[in-house]
Design a protein around this ligand. Sequence first.
Ligand code: SAM
Length: 245
Amino acid sequence: SGTLYIVGTPIGNLSDFSPRAVQVLSSVDFIAAEDTRVTLKLLTHFGIKKPLISYFEHNKWQRGGGILDRIAAGENCALVSDAGMPAISDPGELLVKQAAERGIPVAAVPGPSAVVTALAVSGLPTGRFTFEGFLSVNRKSRREHLEEVKNEHRTMVFYEAPHKLLATLQDMLAAWGDRELALARELTKVHEEVRRTTLSEAAEYYSQNPPRGEFVLVIHGAAAPEKEVLSLEDATALARTLMAE
Ligand code: SAM
């Protein structure tokens, strides 16, 4: 059998594409791409010529089998998405699962991913975090998602599109109350910016300044519930009772 390579691509800055990624894309038999036009630009930039087939959200159930048949027959394939790591809020999860089920080797060629990049520059606790992806556009599932993570104490990372950013900040504020957050915008690009602020200030700011570009929201987890502390009087009374006993 051949191998399915999961190849990360830049999230903005082409210089982040690794020599190994170039070498793997140059050596595989074919490339499965989320959007072949986007990938063609990347390939042209690096002087790579390869047969491309499309593999995305709406054809993944039809296409997966054929791709894996070819790999099982000995061809090597690289899977790429438009930007960042495939399978992370991008096509790929299903193909990796199906490959694993068929015993087809899957190898990672890691590249940047907006979730880890944003977390690293957020200034918020990084020791433990949860990746929440995109909130649904459906009002009910959106509210359920926000409610579900209300007491999450780990740092949370969300992806969001610019035209939905303001509504998302307002919904988070309504669901959780005010919180610290970092908005990481246009990471690795010319207009890269990290705004470390609060939900209320960010909602106010973006209602005046329409958001542009790509955003990751890194949100402080819920504060730990206050530990019950005995007052000096109560502690003394408790000590007296215990000694009397
Ligand atoms: N697979 C990608 C990854 O590994 O990061 C994520 C793909 S997802 C469809 C696109 C979302 O990722 C954007 O809406 C944005 O939230 C985030 N994103 C991607 N590139 C970014 C960048 N350069 N700066 C900030 N956010 C980015």
